[in-house]
Design a protein around this ligand. Structure first.
Ligand code: SF4
Length: 352
């Protein structure tokens, strides 16, 4: 299909898609009351995280930190505690940065303007499009991987969906569609809903349940299930490390990560590069001033980030007396302490 025909086909989608969305849309907490703040928080949480996993985090976050002034004023440790387990912690830090910017430049509100939304830290084209359309009724496209997949199948478009040129074209085409609609937010959400529930990733699309199958070029040409086309991903960097879970009574030793980079500012278990033997771990802990009464290997675990994969060999050590810690980046932390948020990569090791 050429670009003109693609646009003509996309213009036929809204009527059946919106009728379907009105019938079947899932009830989600952020849909109940789509204020700009709630849409923003939900969209940031939903990046890289499943809907079901986000729900309880969202409810707790907006109950405890209900608006932009509260977010701008929240302590970092409390903010990160509300994010603990969601991963990609830079999202939470960027929320606070953007809240401070909104306090300074927009009177503590999110602006009803696409370029101004884009000027806030952590708000990219997709999120600005979602906030603009859902919360403010603006004709702003929200093109993410879901929308690229659905439209690739609908239009039988075999272009690599990771190509920036394709994303730009799709934004322009959807902008033309949205400008003719009275419900741009619902249209964007309906397209996302179709991608999440019917035209699903990682498997055959459920075309028999699709409200736009009669308009789907991918079905007509028989190539829907082979789409989207995607260039192969770069392989992840592998890192081996040894982690020590050092315990004194009900407290464990934590180390504060640097304020920049991966998992910035969170409290991890001490670790060092490479896989160490038990005697090497003893020497390492001794260099930190620790003399465990017991030391044993607890197991191995893997944690996958977008670009890095950690292979962790985990040792447990118990101390007979309170330790003298090397510096203020180390702390003994009790189970209930709220001000030392720990990334999932480490907290899951406690189960070993
Ligand atoms: Fe996707 Fe099938 Fe619907 Fe086409 S008919 S948009 S492939 S679910």
């Amino acid at each position: 299909m050429n670009e003109t025909n693609q646009l003509a086909r996309l213009r036929e989608i809204p009527a059946p898609l919106l009728a379907w969305y009105d019938r079947v849309k899932r009830s989600l907490p952020w849909r109940e009351l789509p204020t700009p703040y709630r849409v923003w928080i939900s969209e940031i949480m939903l990046q890289q995280t499943r809907v079901e996993a986000v729900k309880p985090y969202f409810e707790r976050f907006v109950a405890d930190i209900p608006d932009i002034p509260a977010l701008a004023a929240v302590e970092d440790a409390i903010l990160l505690k509300h994010w603990e387990g969601l991963g990609y912690y830079s999202r939470a830090r960027n929320l606070k940065k953007a809240a401070l910017q909104a306090m300074e430049r927009f009177d503590g509100q999110l602006p009803a303007d696409y370029p101004q939304l884009l000027s806030l830290t952590g708000i990219g084209e997709y999120t600005a499009g979602a906030i603009g359309s859902i919360a403010f009724g603006l004709p702003t496209p929200a093109v993410d991987g879901n929308v690229l997949r659905v439209t690739a199948r609908l239009l039988a478009d075999e272009t690599d969906i990771l190509s920036p040129a394709l994303k730009k074209l799709r934004r322009q085409q959807l902008l033309s569609v949205l400008e003719e609609l009275s419900r741009p937010g619902d249209f964007n959400q309906a397209l996302m809903e179709l991608g999440a529930c019917v035209c699903i990733p990682n498997g055959a699309p459920l075309c028999e349940r699709c409200p736009v199958s009669h308009l789907c070029e991918g079905v007509k040409t028989g190539i829907a299930a082979a789409l989207p086309k995607k260039s192969p991903k770069k392989s992840r960097k592998m890192q081996q490390m040894t982690v020590a879970i050092v315990t004194y009574q009900a407290e464990t030793l934590r180390h504060h990560r640097p304020e920049t980079g991966l998992l910035a500012g969170l409290w991890e278990f001490p670790h060092t590069e490479g896989f160490l033997s038990q005697s090497e771990v003893g020497a390492w802990l001794s260099s930190l001033g620790l003399s465990p009464a017991r030391l044993w290997q607890a197991g191995e675990a893997t944690h996958i980030f977008t670009h890095i994969e950690w292979k962790m060999r985990v040792y447990r050590a118990t101390l007979a007396a309170p330790p003298a810690l090397p510096d203020s980046n180390y702390r003994m932390v009790g189970e209930d302490e709220e001000d030392a948020p720990m990334p999932t990569a480490f907290s899951k090791l406690l189960a070993l």
